[in-house]
Design a binder for this molecule. Structure first.
Ligand code: ADP
Ligand code: MG
Length: 240
């Protein structure tokens, strides 16, 4: 579904991604781990062109999205993204938050967008919050709404950048549970996380990034059970 070839990204003189290569299959759950500053967020943001790659090629569903002629907006519609900060619209209700992009961007009829939104609220277990405002929700509830909002665009892939890092510990589980359900439903997902238990359980493949490179890649049992790279060993030694 996604192919990344020799992806480089610099900010000014500082090279952050130093040649990343990866293929992501349809239905795959790819988990990205690694120390702070290793380029995980930059990698994720390059995938949906929130950051413009300095060089290299990304293809998505057979199309080169790094090609100058490519319509970035069309690609973004097919890639849902969930951030550490939920970024819900504070003056809109939960239902309005979820319906906004399908109606505005996709020109979906209100009734259809509402039906999708209500289905998604059920999926994330928050049907009773449809008319609440974001300020009336807990962090975990906000993040579940942010996930529903991204899903409302019916994306082909979901990108998660540390979706539980800003949450109080008791709210992490409910968000991971929603993500696990999504994975089980066959959604293609790329997830940056420090939740190693979740990564091991839900990830099909793990990549360990360090210094702008993918240093190690493998199944969860390979990477967590028998890491080959000394940097991976060192990192896992600190976080596990
Ligand atoms: P990670 O998500 O693994 O913690 P990031 O991709 O966020 O790493 O950042 C990698 C490095 O790139 C950091 O040193 C960060 O300061 C730098 N960086 C990220 N975004 C920008 C930007 N927009 N401008 C300049 N430097 C940036
Ligand atoms: Mg980051």
């Amino acid at each position: 579904m996604i192919t990344v070839k020799d992806l480089h990204k610099s900010f000014g003189k500082l090279e952050i991604l130093k040649g990343v290569n990866i293929e992501i299959a349809k239905g795959e759950v790819l988990v990205v781990i690694g120390p702070s500053g290793s380029g995980k967020s930059t990698f994720l943001r390059c995938l949906n062109l929130l950051e413009k790659p300095t060089s290299g090629e990304i293809t998505f569903e057979g199309e080169s999205i790094t090609d100058k002629r490519h319509d970035i907006n069309l690609t973004r519609e097919k890639m849902g993204m969930v951030f550490q900060q939920f970024n819900l619209f504070p003056h809109k209700t939960v239902l309005q938050n979820i319906m906004l992009a399908p109606v505005k961007v996709k020109k979906m009829p209100q009734a259809e967008a509402e039906k999708i939104a209500l289905d998604l609220l059920r999926t994330v277990g928050l049907s009773d919050k449809r008319d609440a405002y974001p300020s009336q929700l807990s962090g975990g509830q906000k993040q579940r709404i942010a996930i529903a909002r991204a899903l409302a665009m019916q994306p082909h892939v979901m990108l998660f950048d540390e979706p539980t890092s800003a949450l109080d510990p008791e709210m992490v589980g409910e968000v991971l549970e929603v993500m696990k359900k999504l994975a089980e439903g066959g959604m293609t997902m790329v997830i940056v996380t420090h939740e190693m238990g979740f990564a091991r359980e839900v990830g099909d493949r793990i990549i360990f990034m360090d210094g702008g490179h993918i240093m190690e890649e493998g199944t969860p049992s390979q990477v967590f059970g028998n890491p080959q790279n000394i940097r991976t060993q060192d990192f896992l030694g600190k976080v596990l």
